[in-house]
Design a protein around this ligand. Structure first.
Ligand code: S3P
Length: 442
């Protein structure tokens, strides 16, 4: 639960974005590769693994649970799977840092074990809602507890067995769906999860690749417990959520083109491309191949004049992590952009609606938060002082605003950028952004 030293970004006006860039590996797929590799039979070789703090927290947790893992070395891991019943009790609490995905998915994976676990995290993670996973897990027979406020520490007591349930998800959440599917591997009978809207399906895809008895029928995913998983090769593509900052930056910068290679283009993650294209962005998609059940592509972005739009609510779960970047696009668009049906943004690494609205206001952009979204009126972006409040995606989104601002933008609270995008500042500089990172800031 150690907090990191403070970091701030300073972005000078006059930058550009062009050339070719490869973003680091997909965070969601990296987490799942480590977890499934750990409980599979035999060895799993992962390439393209994201060695950011979040996926590294999952890796450290699996090591603490008795799994031998070599790496990461240039994105490569070798995981010696211990089988579904081979995990062992950790010596102490599992500290998952800033990572909601680690905590929620591990809650599912550990709920059916015959040993106890305790899950903790940093200040931000210890404030995030956890009943959304503990409540359905308890219905499966897990002995799992939050604080009275519904937050971590999560305390999991040993159980002899879990039972499959039929669960309609009250919120569209891939983390909750995945937690239940992982618990379902340890449950008798079938565990069925029905989604209110499509969310990222990396767990289903990877479970299938590892040979689990998993089925998808419309909005329902089911898994049968009691089988075994087979380790193999996992090739992790680049993270579309990290690319999102550059898709927006290259659209608004008036320079370019910018090409992004080796990007994961899972259809449950492409909302950001769809929304930007509706706003008038010129993004060309060249499909390449399918790696480990995940489509991969090269994208080329040309500068464009963006128009404000009403973002269709059914696109929200498909772009859930990309709204900080999309709000910067909206600030640079002509007219008004409205977002509704996005109340989940209020319980991410920060309250992304409030923190983005404050930051946009500090840059002279009219941004009115609503309970489930925001209204942003595009206009000239001024320089100014932003608080990213330790939210990695907000820090990177405001860095892109520096491409169009009339004076420097200083962004405090950037120490968590390494959770999802180690090397962000170097890569952004290479592409032409005039950014530097300094110690300090609030
Ligand atoms: C994730 C699911 C999403 C997303 C998060 C990663 C995952 O969270 O915001 O960054 O890997 O399953 P929710 O399930 O809370 O929407």
């Amino acid at each position: 639960m150690t907090e990191k030293p403070e970091r701030r970004f300073v972005v000078e006006p006059g930058g550009a974005l062009s050339g070719t860039l490869q973003v680091p590996g997909d965070k969601s797929i990296s987490h799942r590769a480590v977890m499934l590799g750990a409980i599979a039979e035999g060895e799993t070789a992962v390439s393209g693994f994201l060695d950011g703090d979040d996926a590294m927290a999952t890796l450290a947790a699996m090591r603490a649970l008795g799994v031998a893992i070599d790496g990461p070395e240039q994105g490569r891991l070798r995981i010696q799977g211990v089988g579904l019943r081979g995990l062992q009790a950790a010596a102490g609490a599992l500290d998952l840092g800033n990572s909601g995905t680690s905590m929620r998915l591990l809650a599912g994976l550990l709920a059916g074990q015959r040993f106890a676990s305790r899950l903790v995290g940093d200040r931000s993670l210890m404030k995030r809602p956890m009943r959304r996973v503990t409540e359905p897990l308890a219905r499966m027979g897990a002995n799992i507890h939050t604080e009275p406020s519904g937050t971590a520490p999560l305390v999991i007591e040993p159980v002899a067995a879990l039972e499959g349930i039929d669960y309609p998800l009250p919120v569209a959440s891939a983390q909750v769906k995945s937690a239940l599917l992982l618990a379902g591997l340890y449950a008798s009978g079938e565990t069925r999860v029905t989604e209110p809207a499509v969310t990222r399906d990396h767990t289903e895809r990877m479970l299938e690749a590892f040979g689990a008895d998993v089925r998808v029928a419309g909005s329902q995913v089911s898994v049968r417990g009691g089988g075994s998983l087979q380790g193999g090769a996992v090739v992790v593509p680049g993270d579309i959520s990290s690319a999102a900052f550059f898709l927006v930056g290259a659209s608004i910068a008036g320079t370019g083109p910018l090409t992004l290679t080796n990007l994961g283009l899972n259809p449950t993650r492409t909302g950001v491309i769809d929304i930007l294209q509706r706003m008038g962005a010129r993004i060309h998609v060249e499909r390449e191949r399918s790696g480990a059940g995940e489509p991969v592509a090269t994208l080329t972005v040309e500068p464009s004049r963006l128009q404000g739009i009403a973002i269709p609510p059914d696109r929200v779960p498909l772009a859930i992590d990309e709204f900080p970047a999309l709000f910067i696009a909206a600030a640079c668009a002509e007219g008004e952009t409205t977002l509704t049906g996005a109340e989940e943004l209020r319980v991410k690494e920060s309250d992304r609606i409030a923190v983005m609205a404050d930051g946009l206001g500090a840059l002279g952009i009219q941004a009115e938060p609503t309970p489930d979204g925001i209204r942003i009126v595009g206009g000239p972006v001024r320089g100014g002082h932003i608080q990213a409040r330790g939210d990695h995606r907000i820090a990177m989104a405001f860095a892109m605003a520096g491409l169009v601002a009339d004076a420097p933008i200083t962004i405090d609270g950037c120490s968590e950028v390494d959770t999802s995008f180690p090397g962000f500042v170097d890569r952004a500089r290479e592409a032409g952004l005039r950014i530097r990172s300094e110690e300090g800031g609030a």
